[in-house]
Design a protein around this ligand. Structure first.
Ligand SMILES: C[S@@+](CC[C@H](N)C(=O)[O-])C[C@H]1O[C@@H](n2cnc3c(N)ncnc32)[C@H](O)[C@@H]1O
Length: 395
């Protein structure tokens, strides 16, 4: 069946930004706001979870922790219970801040933590919006498990297509006996009963591995990956192609690894040219932590800064010589095209005249069209059947 013909409230022709909950009505938006974006800041799985908590009169006493809230809909609705939000995403935090403010929530009523912060010592209610990445869920549950007790209420939620047997197995292995609800509007709830006697697996994250031999200065070098980072357990084939076709060392001083993931691209530049000054930036806290650790593991003597943020926001105009970018192509945060376009626009702004943007992408994505529109030029550096590396110069 075509998804658009169903009741999935995240995807309708006319966007109505009001979410009605048992705790009141809230006007919610994603971040960054895009009036052309037809997607709402919540979906049926958020509504199902909130409805369940109210109908069953689940006591929201003690410490309520919300993990994986996409745009802050859950913590905004539950703000009166002073929840703690834990997220990997800078965009989620920014959306949450704005949604809380717009809904008139008392300042400070929601504690905003990142996946890199230590979790609260005791958790009485744990609400989990199932993330796209099973690895991130595994890491989150393992980090939170010592804070759960026999009486902790654990409820997960997600769209049916996001909840797999492997998802339920994780709850079973890390929390305790797990069952699911019936599906409502293509969403499902997960109920897990904490078992204090459960022997939990050791957390495998962060995960390190060594790079293959065909990636220039990075051959055989270590990479560190926190859970949920792009291609966390192996080198992506597009990234590999990029590493084989990076600019010659020595030509650029101030270099940005934009959307750095585990930081392999910027680390390769830093290894090849000790005078390069690197900025590693990503909207994921897990990614920036990985990039910092990858850089450190390679014992590089140069200068580097690590920053969590939206694209190149906050980087001064005309301050950069080279931007390297492998744009995201699957993202729950925005449509791919929109993020790539914002990244390229940001690159043009921060580059000095004569500065260069190098991009790797799937050939079929046609990034050269965007680059030509923005920069007035785009040259093919290298290409194979699947990928192209493109170079645009700021005039
Ligand atoms: C395709 S991955 C590339 C990762 C790494 N550079 C590589 O080549 O292996 C794209 C990265 O962009 C990041 N990203 C997505 N949206 C972003 C945004 N708005 N601002 C900064 N980074 C973003 C993702 O978190 C992800 O790490």
């Amino acid at each position: 069946m075509n998804d658009r013909s169903t009741n999935d409230s995240s995807d309708r022709d006319e966007r109505d930004d009001r979410l009605t909950t048992p705790w009141g009505e809230h006007v919610l938006s994603r971040f960054p706001e895009d009036p052309r974006d037809r997607l709402r800041a919540w979906d049926a799985s958020d509504e199902y979870l909130l409805g369940h908590l109210a109908e069953r009169e689940i006591p929201l006493d003690g410490t309520v922790v919300v993990v994986g809230d996409r745009w802050g809909a859950l913590v905004t609705a539950l703000a009166a219970h002073r929840p703690v939000q834990i997220t990997d995403s800078h965009l989620t935090r920014e959306a949450t801040r704005r949604n809380l403010e717009r809904s008139g929530a008392e300042p400070g009523s929601v504690r905003l933590l990142t996946t890199q912060d230590p979790p609260p010592d005791r958790v009485d209610v744990l609400l989990v919006r199932v993330p796209k990445s099973l690895a991130l869920l595994e890491d989150q549950l393992l980090r939170l498990a010592p804070s759960l007790h026999g009486g902790t209420v654990v409820v997960g939620t997600g769209m049916v297509k996001e909840i797999h047997t492997s998802t339920l197995r994780l709850f079973e292995r890390i929390v305790g006996p797990t069952r699911t609800s019936l599906a409502v509007k293509k969403a499902r709830l997960i109920f897990a009963e904490p078992d204090p006697a459960l022997k939990r697996p050791i957390n495998p994250w962060p995960l390190g591995y060594r790079l293959p031999d065909d990636v220039g200065p990075l051959a055989g070098r270590p990479v560190v990956n926190h859970a949920g980072v792009f291609c966390a357990d192996r080198l992506d084939i597009g990234t590999r192609f990029f590493l084989q076709h990076l600019p010659e060392p020595g030509d650029f001083r101030r270099v940005v690894d934009l959307g750095c993931g585990n930081g392999v691209v910027g680390t390769a530049v830093a290894l090849a040219d000790p005078n390069a000054e690197l900025l590693f930036t990503d909207e994921s806290f897990q990614a920036v932590a990985s990039a910092r650790e990858t850089y450190r593991a390679n014992e590089i003597a140069g200068q580097a800064e690590f920053r969590v943020g939206d694209g190149l926001a906050g980087v001064p105009d005309g301050s950069v010589d080279l931007v390297l970018n492998n744009p995201p192509f699957h993202s729950h945060q925005a449509t791919t095209d929109a993020t790539a376009w914002r990244m390229f626009t940001g690159a043009r702004r921060v580059l000095r005249p004569g500065g260069e943007l190098w991009v790797v992408g799937n050939r079929h994505l046609g990034y050269h069209v965007k680059l030509r529109r923005l920069f007035g030029n785009s040259r093919l550096v290298a290409g194979d059947r699947k990928f192209v590396v493109l170079r645009a110069v700021k005039e």
